[in-house]
Every structure is written in C-alpha cells, then in structure tokens.
Design a protein around this ligand. Structure first.
Ligand code: GLP
Length: 251
C-alpha cells in the first residue's frame, strides 16, 4: 500500500487526477470504477480541465460506479447518476451509454444486483477503482457488519452515514434514503488498482484504524490492506492520526 500525503484538498485532487490521467493515457479503453461523495469532486474537476485542454480523452473509457441510493429517481439532484453526470460525464468526451451506475429504482432489486455484478465481470472488472472513505470506514456503501459482502447488494445505511449525508438533504437525516445498492467488497477488491482519496481532520481517526488496525468487516476499508495495489492520497489533516501512530508515507 502506498500512502501519499498532500498539503490540502486541492493538492490531493490534483495528485489523484494525475494518477487517473496516467492510466487513461496508457490504456485509453480502460474501465474506471468511480465514486461519489465530496472527496472525488476536485479530482473530477481537474480531469474535466485536462480533458478540455486536450491532454486526455475519455472517448474509449467505460465506467462502473460503486453505488446508488434506493428509490431515488435519477432526476433527483442527489441521486448518484445525477451526481456523476453533473460532476464529470456531462463535461468530458465520454460515451454516456457506457457509463454504469446501479439502478436504485429497479423493482426487482435482487435481479438488479445480479445484473450489475455480471456487467462488471463482463467488462473484465475495473482497471482502477476510485474510492472515498466514510466516517465509519465504509467503502461504496459497504457499512460495518459481521462479514465482508461479496457481490452487489442492498444495504441499510448506518445512522452515522445518514447523519454525514444529511448535508445534501436539507440537513435532515430523515430525508436521506435509508437504503442503497452497492458493489460488494469482493467486487471492489477485484479491481486491478485501487485509489483512495481522503481529506479532513474528521477522517483522521478512521484512516488510522483502516490502514493500521486489524482487518475486520467492522471497518470495511481495512480490507484494502490485503489488496496488492492500493494508493492512498490524503491530505495532512486526514493522515494526522495515521502518522502519529507510526504509519509510513511515500516521499
Ligand atoms: C458516501 C458514498 C461513498 C463515499 C463516502 C464518503 O456516502 N457512498 O462512496 O466515499 O460516503 O463521502 P465523502 O467523500 O463525502 O466524505
């Protein structure tokens, strides 16, 4: 696992964008696993800028997103499909028909989970999976639980997650959908490379726990310690606890 420390969110975003950019340049038809939340927004902004300047093209790239709220229409500005269109897809030269987000509106959610796993497998898995990290250590929407879920599944969101995401729903945790469809830990771990972006002092505790603590489904991100190719790009504030506890960072 490689951990890179940056001064702040802006520098974190630029470094993460550079890593994604290098992959797209080397493999123009790559499969990118993408994430939502505040953490990757700056990364997407940088990629949009470089795309507009002609440094990289998404014309052959395919994407698979991690997750989607249950029963939130794609027209809702907090749905993850809306987020992805708004924060990336609408601003770059990507073929939107090959951008994939689980369908949280599907009547038969089990069939949808199966379809999504088959789709990811048919693309050969993600060449790079971008991740943020929740305050409880969730990745995608894999909340702390008793065993690592393998495939795409429906989850009940933790009160901590509803609280954290209330900022997007009039600051009212009751307005946050209480379920979501998410790729499983197995699917995430099958990505060839994993890139995690984390920022802010409020994440310092969970970052240290996930990277240095025992690997346990109670801290879903801790599983990343077992992946052969993980890069963490985090700002100083998010790494404070990790460094204090003796965690190593790359030069
Ligand atoms: C959200 C998403 C995750 C994201 C995480 C952290 O609820 N489902 O994919 O990584 O929580 O979000 P943020 O980056 O806004 O802190």
């Amino acid at each position: 696992m490689k951990v890179y420390k940056t001064a702040d969110y802006a520098a974190m975003s630029k470094k993460a964008a550079n890593i994604i950019c290098s992959l797209v340049v080397l493999k123009p038809d790559c499969v990118l696993g993408l994430a939502t939340g505040s953490s990757p927004v700056g990364t997407y902004k940088q990629l949009i800028e470089w795309n507009k300047e002609g440094y990289l093209s998404f014309s052959k790239v395919k994407t698979v997103n991690l997750d989607e709220y249950r029963n939130l229409p794609v027209t809702h500005d907090q749905s993850y499909r809306y987020f992805m269109n708004d924060n990336l897809f609408d601003h770059v030269d990507i073929d939107k028909s090959v951008t994939n987000v689980p369908d949280g509106m599907a009547a038969d959610i089990e069939a949808e989970c199966k379809r999504y796993d088959e789709l990811v497998a048919s693309l050969g898995g993600a060449d790079l999976q971008l991740l943020g990290m929740g305050h409880d250590g969730h990745i995608g929407f894999n909340e702390p639980c008793d065993e690592f879920p393998k495939g795409t599944h429906l989850v009940d969101l933790d009160p901590m997650t509803l609280e954290a995401n209330a900022r997007f729903f009039d600051n009212d945790p009751k307005k946050v959908p209480n379920q979501a469809v998410t790729m499983g830990i197995g699917t995430i771990m099958s990505a060839k490379k994993i890139l995690v972006v984390v920022s802010g002092a409020d994440k310092a505790g969970i970052v240290a726990k996930a990277l240095l603590g025992p690997v346990t489904p109670q801290v879903p991100a801790s599983i990343l310690q077992f992946h052969p190719d993980v890069t963490i790009v985090a700002d100083e504030a998010a790494l404070a606890e990790y460094i204090k506890e003796g965690g190593k960072v790359c030069d």
